[in-house]
Structures are given as C-alpha cells and as structure tokens.
Write a protein that binds this ligand. Structure first.
Ligand code: MG
Length: 203
C-alpha cells in the first residue's frame, strides 16, 4: 500500500508557512513504513529538533481505480479517519531552501499515524466534517473539510491520474492552520466530529 499526502490544501495553512496558495494540488508520498502500529508511541527522531504535528482527514481507498472522474470518486472510499502528518520542520526548511525533495522530513518511520476509521455513512457530509487535535487535554488545532482548497473527491480524481489507487491506500488530505511542535511526553488526541479516533503518546 501507499500513503499519498496533499500539501497546502488549506489557504490559511499555506499562509502560515509563507507558501503560495497552489493552483493545483501539491502531492507527495510516504512509504508503508511511515505507518505507526496501533497503541505504539511515536518516538521522537534524533535527526530533528522541530517535529510538527499536522492533523489531517485521512481517506482509505477500498476499490481499485485509475483516472477516476470527480463525480465517481465517492465510490472509491467508505471510511475516513484522522492522521498526523508528522513533519521535521527544521529539515524540511533546509530541503525546501535547496529545492530538494521533502522525503527525509516527511516520510520517515512512524511519520503517518492514523486513527480508527469510521464509516462515512455515519458521518455528516464529507465536505462538512469538523476535526480537532488536543495535546495534553488542550485544543491545539481544529478545522473543517469545507475549508479545503481541493475537496476530497477532486483530490482522488487528481491523484488517480498519476497513481493507480489500490485497496488499502491512504490519502492524507492536508492540514488546516495551527500546526506546531510536539515535545517528548505529549499526549495527542484527535477527534473527528466529537468522536476520539486517535490517541498517541510522544516518547
Ligand atoms: Mg500535511
């Protein structure tokens, strides 16, 4: 399986990192080794001193597809969750300055924990979902999928022009504004429409 991530999909987040608002989706990949087994903590890597959380809605693909039209994209997933797109911001900044690929800063081991997946039929409309991250019980980041520059079905269509989507592939759909650093000892809890889907300790 593969993990496809979308960058700069919320205008306010693009602005907070001083990036331009894109005219088409920004896409990058993480390998399957970026997944974090359930109930395992995230171990702060020694190659960074500035790991940031990015709370994102995650879509799980459950049907094989290529060149999917936006109007049919909804048939390719039935479950959603939240994930954290952990980012070594210090390393990413250096790589961006040199115009180099981001993978070391974005795709390292454990950089893509995901929560419990929820059947979309039990949720509000996918373009109207509230989500929130609490750290040590305090609200730190929140968003609504209505703020996406490219909605979920458009993302699926776009991504599938380049990569065949396979059952089990995950799409991280981008983070809203409010990203920030984590610290060893932190306790992260992510809520999709008031349901806690992810619970993660930083070690
Ligand atoms: Mg992200």
């Amino acid at each position: 399986m593969k993990i496809i991530c979308v960058g700069r999909n919320y205008a306010a987040h693009a602005a907070e990192l001083k990036n331009e608002v894109p005219t088409e989706p920004v896409i990058f990949l993480k390998p399957d080794t970026a997944l974090l087994p359930k109930r395992q903590p995230f171990f702060y890597p020694d190659f960074s001193k500035d790991i940031h959380f990015e709370t994102e809605v995650v879509v799980r693909i459950d049907r094989l597809g290529k060149n999917i039209a936006p109007k049919f994209a909804h048939k390719y997933y039935s479950e959603l969750s939240l994930g954290i797109d952990f980012t070594a911001r210090d390393l990413q900044q250096k790589l961006k300055e040199k115009g180099l690929p981001w993978e070391k800063a974005k795709a390292f081991d454990g950089s893509a924990p995901t929560g419990q997946f929820i059947d979309k039929s039990t949720l509000p409309e996918v373009n109207q979902l509230n989500f929130e991250l609490k750290i040590n019980g305090e609200s730190r980041q929140s968003g609504n999928t209505s703020q996406m520059l490219f909605p979920i079905d458009e993302l699926i269509s776009y991504v599938s022009k380049y990569f065949t989507l396979k059952i089990g592939d995950l799409i991280f759909t981008g983070t809203p504004q409010g990203v920030g650093p984590i610290t060893i000892g932190d306790h992260l809890e992510a809520y999709l429409e008031n349901e806690k889907v992810l619970d993660l300790k930083i070690r």
